[in-house]
Design a protein around this ligand. Structure first.
Ligand code: S3P
Length: 439
């Protein structure tokens, strides 16, 4: 396919990164804010909302369902919830947003009208059986196309179930809990490990009776959702790119402010600390019912690490950038139990391995992870972001420490979760810009 130059990022070897930055609002919280605000009775006010490809898709879908959303600015919204949704005239288009379609499938399963949930070719390739199966157990009438999107939902009365999640997925957990809002009786989800708990926290803040005991979450329907008023803290998964950059670009000293530090999300912090990274965290209390704070990272020697088990789900979106850190660390890094990476926007194990090899890296890809012996130098070259935001940004961070220039094609997708990524890195001293803009 011909490449549009505006979609490419040019990255050059970078001396050092210095300064203070913040990152856009948390993507997981921003999806949930528009959905739960839409279901609430009254006006929800949200600041710091992430205006990015994925979350804008959820916002448009909610509007299509008859909910009025007032935009005071890109990131400040009032959601005029009326406690009910209205049928959409056509299919709901979630573009690339897996979180959007899977959570909304749970909500739509409980509506007294039918709907079709769809998205891009990329989203249509992602597995949906993981939500179709439990929703059907609840009585939902939901059909996929070979268990993929588009998903067709027809009205049905739901019953609460007890569901043991086959994988530690917050999206599946959330789809079941959200359907539980519209079900008869209580819904219980048992998760195998600590998947992100934003749905439970935000529903509870909205007055829903949802209780977590260990890995068992119980939701009792009946309470109407109260409107919410909060600021969304910065997305740890976006901060992760800057954290790794600060740890591997020589002499760097970066402070990232107002970042969501929910423990179900910060596995990468623990892993970087175990690798010997110079990181200090300052807690700043709760924001939107989530712990938030500042993170300071300074360049220093890293050593290889073993990652597996429950840590994996706490950093599931951070493995592409961990690969880059591992390439610069002394010794062997081994990642296990991360097979879920194969069903993200792309097969992130295969794609990162292939693209980093183009830069001269030696990586052993395993069924559920990878092995990297470091430190390795990277050559630069031409790589592809595969329309997967986390791949494009991880390759850009690799480019900062390569010996020669790197061009990351198909990198516009960074805006699916981190609009202003290139500008933020450049402001901190990174030699990185859209093609044609680097002096
Ligand atoms: C998300 C859950 C995770 C994560 C995704 C956001 C969420 O997916 O990868 O980026 O907001 O619930 P899984 O639940 O499929 O692991």
């Amino acid at each position: 396919m011909a490449n549009n130059h505006e979609d490419s990022l040019v990255v050059r070897p970078t001396q050092t990164l210095k300064g203070t930055a913040t990152v856009p609002g948390d993507k997981s919280l921003s999806h949930r804010a528009v959905m739960f605000g839409a279901l609430a009775h009254g006006d929800s006010h949200v600041r710091g909302w992430l205006a990015a490809g994925d979350t804008e898709a959820s916002l448009r879908c909610v509007q299509t369902l008859g909910v009025h959303i007032e935009r005071h600015s890109e990131s400040e919204l009032t959601i005029h919830g009326r406690g009910e949704l209205r049928p959409a005239a056509g299919p709901l288009d979630f573009v690339n947003a897996g979180t959007g379609i899977r959570l909304m499938a749970g909500i739509m399963a409980g509506q007294p009208f039918g709907s079709i949930l769809d998205g891009s070719e990329q989203l249509r390739r992602r597995p949906m059986k993981r939500i179709i199966a439990p929703l059907r157990l609840m009585g939902a009438a939901i059909e996929g196309d070979n268990d993929r999107a588009p998903l067709t939902v027809t009205p049905a009365q739901l019953q609460g179930i007890r569901y043991e999640l086959p994988m530690a997925s917050a999206q599946v957990k959330s789809a079941v809990l959200l359907a539980g809002l519209f079900a008869d009786g209580e819904t219980v989800v048992v998760q195998p490990g600590p998947a992100r708990d934003h749905t439970e926290r935000m529903l509870s803040a909205a007055g829903v009776d949802v209780v977590t005991e260990g890995n068992v979450i119980t939701l009792r329907p009946g309470n109407t959702l109260k409107p919410m008023d909060f600021s969304v803290p910065g997305d740890f998964s976006s901060a992760a790119f800057l954290l790794v950059a600060g740890a591997i670009v020589p002499d760097s000293d970066l402070t990232l402010t107002g970042i969501n530090l929910n423990e179900t999300r910060t596995g990468l912090l623990d892993v970087l600390l175990e690798m010997g990274a110079d990181i200090k965290v300052t807690d700043k209390g709760l924001e939107a019912g989530e712990p938030a704070g500042d993170i300071r990272v300074r360049y220093g020697a890293l050593k290889g690490v073993e990652v597996g088990g429950e840590t994996v789900v706490r950093m599931i979106d951070e493995f592409p950038v961990l690969m880059v850190a591992a390439l610069r660390a002394e010794g062997r890094t081994v990642v296990r139990d991360a097979q879920e990476l194969r069903v993200k926007e792309t097969d992130r194990l295969a794609v990162m391995t292939a693209e980093l090899r183009k830069m001269g890296a030696e990586i052993t890809e395993t069924e559920d992870g990878f092995i990297i012996d470091g430190p390795q130098s990277l050559e630069g070259g031409r790589v592809d972001g595969h329309d997967d935001h986390r791949i494009a940004m991880s390759l850009s961070i690799a480019g900062l420490v390569a010996d020669e220039q790197t061009i990351v094609d198909d990198a516009r997708c960074a805006g699916d979760s981190f609009p202003g990524f290139a500008e933020t890195v450049a402001r901190l001293g990174g030699q990185l810009a859209a093609q044609g803009q680097l002096a």
